[in-house]
Design a protein around this ligand. Structure first.
Ligand code: ADP
Ligand code: MG
Length: 358
C-alpha cells in the first residue's frame, strides 16, 4: 500500500470484561472502499466510532495521513458520517439538513447553496430540496443522509450499516448507487455491514472481525476462495469441513486421507506429515457423479431447488453430511433422496485452514 490515508495501530477498547476491540491494527488506502464485516457484537461500530472520535480508545493510535488524531475531537477529524439510525433533523427541510455541516463550518452562503445542490444531484434528490424528512420514503431519507455526509466534501466517509433498515430490493439498488458514487468521487469509504453479500459485492477489501479481533482481510474473492480459518469460511458463504490427515507432501500438493478416502489439496503453507488438518470445501466446488466415478461414495439425503441452483445434501458413512450446490441446468444426474452417488473435487478446491483463534 502506498502511504495509507488512515492508520489504526493496536486499538484496544474494553467495556468491563468485554474486549470490544482487541488489539486491532489496520491501514486504509486512499480512495479505497473498505468494509468492516462481522456478526453482531464483533466490534464494527466500536471501531468506526473510535475512528470518528465518538469514543476514546483505551489503547492504540489513529493517524490521518501524517497527523496523530488519537485525541482530536470528532469535528477536527473531518470525516463524513452516515450512521445507522443517525436520523435527519426532523424539523429541517432536506436543503437545511444537507446544508448543516457547511453551516457548522461557517462556509459562505453562495458556496453552501452550490454544494447542497451538487450533493443532492449526486444522490438524485435535487427535486426534493424543500421537503421535510417525514415526506420522504426510507430509501430517500437514506439518500439525503448520504448527501448531508458528503456536502462538505470530506476525504473519508464512514458508513455504519446505512442500508440495513431498507427492504431487500431497495437495498440492492442503493448498493449499486453507493458503489457507483464511490467510484465516481474517488473518496475513501469505510463501510460497516453484517451482510456478507453486501460486503462481497461492494468492497475493494473486506476486513472480517470477530470478538473485536481481525480474522482476515483481503479482496472479496481472496477471502471467499482462500479463507484463513473455519470462522471466515463459514461466515462468508457456505462451506463443508473435512477433518483429514496429511499422508505426504509434494511441493504445493498435500496428499490427505479422511475416513478411508484419499485426495489431494494445494497449499502454500507448511504442514507436517501425519498432522491433522481441517479442510474447507465450497459446496459449488463439489461434483456429483455416478457411483465409483469420484473420490467419495455417498448417498443423497435431501434436495432443494433454488431456481438457478440446486442444493443437494449427501451423506458419507465416515464424514457425515456434505452440501453440494450445482447449477440446475446440469441434468447428467437427477439427485433424489436415497440415490447412490459419488462426490469429487479438484485439488485446488480444498483449502487447508488454520486453527481458529480462541
Ligand atoms: P457490532 O457493531 O459489530 O455489532 P459493537 O461494536 O456495537 O458491535 O459492540 C462490540 C461489543 O462491545 C459488544 O459485545 C457490545 O455489547 C459491547 N459494547 C459496545 N458498546 C458498548 C457500551 N457503550 N457499553 C458496554 N458495552 C458495549
Ligand atoms: Mg454495529
Amino acid at each position: 500500500m502506498t502511504s495509507p490515508i488512515l492508520s489504526i495501530t493496536n486499538a484496544v477498547k474494553r467495556y468491563g470484561a468485554v474486549n470490544a476491540l482487541d488489539d486491532v491494527s489496520l491501514d486504509v488506502a486512499e480512495g479505497e472502499f473498505l468494509t468492516l464485516l462481522g456478526p453482531s457484537g464483533s466490534g464494527k461500530t466500536t471501531l468506526l466510532s473510535a475512528i470518528a472520535g465518538f469514543i476514546q480508545l483505551d489503547n492504540g493510535q489513529l493517524r490521518l495521513r501524517d497527523e496523530d488524531i488519537t485525541s482530536e475531537p470528532p469535528e477536527r477529524r473531518g470525516f463524513g458520517m452516515v450512521f445507522q439510525g443517525y436520523a435527519l433533523f426532523p424539523t429541517m427541510t432536506v436543503r437545511e439538513n444537507v446544508a448543516f455541516p457547511l453551516k457548522v463550518r461557517k462556509r459562505p452562503a453562495a458556496e453552501i447553496a452550490e454544494r447542497v445542490q451538487d450533493a443532492l444531484d449526486l444522490v438524485q434528490m435535487g427535486a426534493f430540496a424543500d421537503r421535510l424528512p417525514t415526506q420522504l420514503s426510507g430509501g430517500q431519507q437514506q439518500r439525503i443522509a448520504l448527501a448531508r455526509a458528503m456536502s462538505f466534501q470530506p476525504q473519508v466517509l464512514l458508513l455504519d450499516e446505512p442500508l440495513s433498515a431498507l427492504d431487500k430490493k431497495l437495498r440492492a439498488d442503493l448498493q449499486w448507487e453507493l458503489k457507483a458514487l464511490h467510484d465516481q468521487l474517488g473518496v475513501t469509504f469505510i463501510y460497516v455491514t453484517h451482510d456478507q453479500d453486501e460486503a462481497l459485492s461492494m468492497s475493494d477489501r473486506i476486513v472480517i472481525l470477530k470478538d473485536g479481533a481481525i480474522q482476515q482481510q483481503g479482496a472479496p474473492d481472496t477471502l471467499y476462495n482462500r479463507p484463513h480459518n473455519s470462522f471466515v469460511a463459514d461466515f462468508l458463504g457456505k462451506s463443508n469441513f473435512i477433518e483429514a490427515q496429511i499422508e505426504a507432501r509434494d511441493g504445493q500438493v498435500l496428499r490427505c486421507s479422511a475416513a478411508g478416502a484419499g485426495f489431494e489439496v494445494e497449499t502454500d503453507t507448511d504442514h507436517a506429515k501425519g498432522a491433522a488438518v481441517r479442510i474447507a470445501l465450497r459446496p459449488e466446488r463439489l461434483r456429483l457423479a455416478a457411483p465409483g466415478e469420484e473420490i467419495l461414495p455417498a448417498t443423497v439425503k435431501q434436495v432443494s431447488y433454488l431456481g438457478e441452483r440446486c442444493q443437494v445434501i449427501v451423506t458419507h458413512p465416515g464424514l457425515g453430511e456434505l452440501l453440494v450446490s450445482r447449477p440446475t441446468w446440469k441434468t447428467d444426474i437427477t439427485p433424489a433422496p436415497g440415490l447412490a452417488v459419488s462426490i469429487g473435487w479438484d485439488r485446488d478446491a480444498g483449502v487447508v485452514l488454520a486453527p481458529d483463534a480462541t
